[in-house]
Write a protein that binds this ligand. Structure first.
Ligand SMILES: *[C@@H]1O[C@H](CO)[C@@H](O)[C@H](O)[C@H]1NC(C)=O
Ligand SMILES: *[C@@H]1O[C@H](CO)[C@@H](O)[C@H](O)[C@H]1NC(C)=O
Ligand SMILES: [Zn+2]
Ligand SMILES: [Zn+2]
Length: 594
């Protein structure tokens, strides 16, 4: 049973770990497994020392792209054969995958069990429901960011015709609006100061663990290692914000309230934490509206956003959409709660002439398994976006878009990314700004015209994160927004130093203004033209790119210590200029001169 799967997997492990696992020991271990169905103690030891688990954690990329694509194709091919051939039951499959996961030390038993049991039902269902989808096509989607070859279905959104007048950074002279951008709390109910900060799991700083010496101990206010955010740190941030900025007009929250303990999620716990986080914001901000977007960490299992026709309760995402519709309903009208209930997205007009569109961009995340079931404009959301923008244009409204994952991210499904940019370009003059999260970095994306590559047309601002995960200081942003054009005129970033806050656990952290955009970069505004000037300054002068890097991590001590070398800085510049996943045009046109 599943012999081919097992052998294929073992083959890859040898390929990937040839240097770390002695071939003889490996061969003997496999032979023994095939004979007895168990791995010997020696073999386990050898595998443990290979630290295979770190190869599969996103922050440590040890496998090269070709190996990953090869591994994906071959392994999936065998796996799909087994599932589709009816030679194995779902329980048998789960047992074998579980045994491989733990015996070969991909991850600890707790992590293997949580990850496998919550995902296997979805994979099983899709493999059966899409019997003709070959492994290579699937790997082309889930392995997109590794360059795995695939032939994505092609589809396009029907965009209403018309022309748009570009944003010019017009300042009406009226006093500006203040918009608070908060994102990526990643609230961890199990966080505990002084617990073990460098454990072996994907997330540490967990109640019930303990550190043997001070350098291993988790900080009280947060930790640069792989740790999320305790409740009191979130409350401190919110209290500081309302005390420091009593005149905020709107609050945008761009997703990810749930922790990175991804093997330990459940529908009930996620619902509880989701509601708790928004209730905290509502109680602190009172009558100031809070507009939230869903993050990829909100569902259980994480990343899985099922299409509306999936009604099976074990697979459906309906519970999350219902919860979000209920929790957000205080700030939404009934049309908006209806679309949230349908697919987690909505539009509202808080005041005449101004419209907010909140997207559920997670549907196009390449590791949302449901993209393999149907990747054609999930929920019809992009078509809805184009139609909604057209209506806003007809009504002379200005629009802000809030959306968790930046549209050009390497994990955004390439067709979705392309169609999204087409929509942005068509309605560039109606969209005054967009706001993203997910990367935990303070960064931005500049969109250019596809017809004239010298013309910048739109900006998406990333909020950074409240979580320190990983090597970040917590932060939030305050935008000054023109009350007529709704364009961003300038913004400030506030943060605190985790190292120094943890020296005095019984005192609230000292938040300070890290920088103001215009002043820090010597720009006269925050319009697309100004951001283009920033990009060309970065390309001309390495120290400007370094400044952008330091701000992106909010001067976090460990990140400053690791630094960002030339190729890292060039990637930051290219990511700023890249507005569609598979389009490198601007990166090539404005490359670094240093
Ligand atoms: C998550 O972890 C907590 C604490 O270890 C445990 O009580 C709970 O049952 C776990 N939940 C899931 C869904 O694994
Ligand atoms: C953060 O605080 C620590 C402790 O006070 C200090 O050593 C460090 O230099 C500070 N980091 C920055 C970037 O200022
Ligand atoms: Zn996040
Ligand atoms: Zn995210």
């Amino acid at each position: 049973m599943l012999l081919r799967l097992l052998l294929t997997l073992l083959f890859f492990i040898t390929t990937a770990y040839a240097a770390k696992v002695p071939a003889g020991a490996f061969r003997d271990g496999v032979k023994e497994y095939l004979k007895n169905g168990e791995f010997s103690a020696e073999f386990r030891q050898v595998m443990r020392s290979a630290e295979l688990k770190y190869a599969f954690r996103s922050n440590v990329e040890k496998l090269d792209d070709d190996t990953i694509c090869f591994l994906c194709d071959e392994l999936l091919d065998v796996l799909l054969d087994e599932i589709r051939g009816g030679s194995v039951t779902i329980d048998e499959l789960e047992d074998v995958v579980m045994q491989l996961c733990t015996s070969l030390f991909f991850e600890d038993e707790e992590v293997c069990h949580g990850a496998i049991s919550s995902n296997i039902g979805i994979i099983w269902y899709i493999a059966q429901a899409r019997p003709d989808k070959p492994a290579s096509e699937i790997c082309g989607i889930i392995g997109q960011s590794y360059g795995c070859a695939g032939t994505p279905d092609d589809w396009s959104v029907d965009i209403p015709e018309g022309t748009t007048e570009l944003n010019k950074g017009v300042i009406s002279g009226e006093s500006t609006l203040k918009i608070l951008h908060l994102t990526d709390f990643h609230y961890d109910p199990l966080y505990e100061g002084d617990s073990l900060g460098n454990c072996d799991l994907p997330v540490c700083c967990t109640a019930g663990t303990s550190a043997s010496d001070a350098s291993d101990a988790a900080g009280y206010w947060g930790d640069y290692r792989d740790c999320d955010t305790p409740m009191y740190a979130i409350q401190d941030a919110l209290e500081h914000i309302v005390g420091q900025h009593p005149d905020i007009d709107y609050v945008y929250y761009s997703g990810d309230v749930i922790h990175h303990r991804v093997w330990n999620t459940s529908i009930d716990a996620n619902k509880r934490d989701f509601t708790l986080m928004y209730d905290e914001m509502y109680s602190v901000f009172g009558n100031t509206p809070v507009y939230g977007a869903l993050g990829n960490h909100e569902p259980h299992p994480l990343n899985a956003f099922a299409p509306p026709e999936i009604e099976d309760e074990d697979l459906s995402t309906q519970w999350l959409y219902d919860e979000a519709a209920d929790v957000w309903s205080g700030w939404l009208d009934s049309d908006a709660t209806n679309t949230v209930r349908y697919g987690g997205f909505y539009t509202v007009s808080p005041t005449p002439g101004f419209r907010i569109i909140t997207l559920n961009s997670n549907v196009a995340y390449t590791i949302n398994w449901w993209l393999l079931y149907d990747d054609v404009d999930p929920y019809g959301q992009l078509q809805w976006l184009a139609d909604t923008l057209y209506e806003a244009e007809q009504n002379g409204e200005k629009v802000h878009i809030i959306s968790h994952i930046p549209s050009s991210d390497s994990t955004m499904y390439t067709v979705w990314s392309r169609e999204y940019r087409r929509i942005i370009e068509r309605f560039a003059g109606t969209i005054s700004a967009a706001f993203n999260g997910h990367t935990h970095r303070d960064q931005l994306i500049l969109y250019h015209s596809s017809e004239d590559t010298n013309i910048p047309i739109n900006i998406a601002w990333n909020g950074g994160s409240i979580t320190t995960y990983s090597d970040k200081n917590p932060n939030y942003k305050i935008y000054e927004v023109d009350p007529e054009s709704y364009e961003v005129v300038d913004y400030e970033v506030w943060t605190y130093n985790i190292t120094s806050a943890n020296l005095t656990p019984d005192q609230a952290p000292s938040w300070y203004k890290l920088y103001s955009f215009k002043e820090a970069y010597g720009l006269s505004g925050a319009a697309p033209e100004d951001v283009r000037e920033l990009a060309s300054n970065m390309a001309a002068d390495r120290s400007v790119a370094e400044k952008y890097f330091e701000y992106s991590v909010r001067d976090a001590d460990t990140s400053l210590q690791y630094g960002c070398d030339s190729s890292c800085l060039k990637t930051l510049l290219c990511n700023l200029l890249k507005s569609e996943y598979s389009d490198e045009t601007q990166c090539l046109l404005m490359s670094a001169e240093w």
